[in-house]
Ligand binder design. Sequence first.
Ligand code: NAG
Ligand code: NAG
Length: 365
Amino acid sequence: MSQILFLFIFIIFVFVSQLEARDLHRIRFRSPYLYPEGLTYDPLFQHFIVASSFNLLPNPTVNAVSDAGVTETLTLITSQLPPDSTILGLSVDHRHRRLLAAVNSPSSPYLASFNLRRSSLDLDFLSPLLPSTGIANDVAFDAIGNAYVTNSDKNFIWKVDQNGVASVLSNSTLFRKYPVNETSPYSYCGLNGIAYVTTKEYLLAVQSNTGKMFKVDAVDGTARTVILPEDLPLADGIAVRDDGVVVVVSMNSAWFLKSDDSWAQAVLIDKIALDKEGYATSVTVGGGGRVYVVYGYVQEVLKGISQEREWFRIEEIKIRSKREKEEQEESMLWPILLIGLGLGYFVFWKLQMSQFVNRMDRKRD
Ligand SMILES: *[C@@H]1O[C@H](CO)[C@@H](O)[C@H](O)[C@H]1NC(C)=O
Ligand SMILES: *[C@@H]1O[C@H](CO)[C@@H](O)[C@H](O)[C@H]1NC(C)=O
């Protein structure tokens, strides 16, 4: 009996852990040499959009990726985009049916705004970001069509209005206040992911080389440091869920944060490990409010390991349920429990054996 019980518990345990794993949506897509850094989702056409963040292809390339991993190159209807452009941050402004892209070329950083079609992108404007110094890294937008672009090299934020007129929104001294470890890799990467908190007229931006998060007024550009339960080292992408939960990703981790005081202070809901090799750079909210990261393997190019990769991944991430978290935290309990069960079984068997021997003895008498 106890053997059956033991097996039963084991099967349930394996089944439950499998169930949790299968639940997450994983998309593999083939796009040779793409090495995407930005990730966004178009809720109308129900596909993700990714782009080439290096000059490994003859022209800048933007691809749509379906939920099933079907990849289609979107035709760029423009003659203005310099052929040596690379594309970092991407954002679908669904309300205005446009794709915003942070574009860099040796001549200048730009913000590109494209009208979204099913299989093509029709350039609306390509604005040189002035002063044209540094790297345009990520882009967010507000309800009336202003775009906000982080400069990861020079640590300031550009604003680009709906007509494509660019200005500096914020060059806060806070962006230069926190110490940077100059010997660590990526020390050159400052302000990175940016998100607009709808209806509140402010932005949240993360800084890779300090692990800080800033709340920036979208009207006058004043900034405050968000008080975090822990630094977010190498913070790269940021996204806001519909319920207000903010997700920040680095190549190592995803932090799920919330705030009850309009981001003066943040609370950590969960922190999960990401696949380091995949090197997650961006996070977005996809269909059904699910959160996805792109594994673009960009470090393979940065470190010159390989530049011939064909397959990349977009994967769902989510907050572990309370029970699941407890299970992981108490994972040490399982071996102990199993040993306990084993011991219990052994004692039971010994008892039965002695009873059996007793009975045999009595029979012999
Ligand atoms: C930002 O401030 C720094 C330090 O005061 C200054 O050197 C830099 O030129 C400013 N950048 C912009 C774009 O205003
Ligand atoms: C700075 O970064 C280097 C390389 O990652 C590391 O070895 C060193 O411990 C860091 N220093 C501090 C003060 O964190």
